[in-house]
Write a protein that binds this ligand. Structure first.
Ligand code: HEC
Ligand code: HEC
Length: 218
């Protein structure tokens, strides 16, 4: 079963690379954001983001969208569109994620409302250390407690995303590559700025531990 799913996600990416027009605004949009148009978009999104938006573990790990805060989802879709976040993988994320603003809001509400099971499980070996970092931060290196913004159970709030149940490889990739990927318009300070020094102050081992812990939260 896995290899087939893997091929699907891989071919979705290859397809997006080979036919970049696929994601151009309007290709899959009907004039409205009615149910038919929304369903078509959702199907397109879940092709990469896994059934019910639960994420997908493959060559390129696809992040979980289910249960994510609407504000964070919309912020990211805008960031892709405005090329403030477009460098993480060799596919133009701005094209894949091009949407009308009204469709962004509808999709954000849709994925926020889903609650499928979590993909993967954090390795219990590191989760204890990860929990300590999450709840207390790392005072020696000025890493603040994540709980302050991301909430006691990692469910996020407003612009601070839900981290609970996120695929560990994805969380690691974000934290280790923060400055390379996010906040790419130097003229605009965006919602990603607050994480820049936090991510930059964490060691790889700390990132692995906190990512394992977060994946274990439902
Ligand atoms: C061709 C595959 C593909 C398709 C189709 C796709 N995405 Fe993505 N999406 C990705 C990848 C890969 C990432 C992670 C990029 C990275 O590693 O930073 C991503 C990231 C995101 C993020 C940021 C998640 C986070 O936690 O920061 C959001 C939000 C998102 N996608 C929403 C959508 C929506 C909504 C759709 C449907 C309109 C969609 N995606 C369609 C591949 C895809
Ligand atoms: C002061 C508030 C604040 C603190 C403290 C904080 N974060 Fe964040 N975090 C945010 C915000 C806001 C974002 C959204 C950034 C964006 O819009 O690009 C974010 C985004 C993230 C993301 C990206 C999620 C995704 O789906 O791509 C990860 C991972 C993350 N934070 C982990 C952590 C960890 C681990 C800690 C503790 C070591 C932490 N954060 C502490 C506010 C905070």
């Amino acid at each position: 079963m896995k290899p087939v799913r893997m091929q699907l996600a891989a071919s979705a990416l290859v397809f997006a690379m080979a036919f970049p027009a696929l994601g151009r605004a309007g290709d899959l949009d009907s004039p409205s954001t009615g149910r038919g148009a929304l369903n078509a978009k959702v199907e397109y999104c879940t092709y990469c983001h896994g059934p019910s938006g639960r994420g997908y573990r493959g060559f390129y790990t696809m992040p979980r969208l289910a249960g994510q805060t609407p504000e964070y989802l919309e912020n990211q879709l805008r960031a892709f569109a405005e090329l403030r976040r477009d460098r993480s993988i060799p596919v133009r994320m701005s094209r894949v994620h091009a949407l009308k603003p009204s469709m962004r809001a509808a999709l954000a509400a849709h994925f926020n409302g889903l609650n499928p099971p979590v993909v993967g499980r954090g390795s219990s070996e590191h989760a204890g250390t990860g929990r300590k970092i999450y709840e207390e931060g790392v005072p020696e290196t000025n890493v603040p407690a994540c709980v302050a913004c991301h909430g006691p159970t990692g469910m996020g709030a407003g612009p601070s995303p839900r981290l609970a149940g996120q695929l560990s490889a994805y969380t690691q990739k974000q934290l280790l590559g923060w400055s390379r990927d996010r906040g790419q318009d130097p003229a605009t300070v965006d919602s990603s700025a607050v994480m820049k020094s936090i991510a930059g102050s964490m060691s790889k081992t700390q990132v692995q531990a906190v990512s394992a812990y977060l994946n274990s939260l439902k």
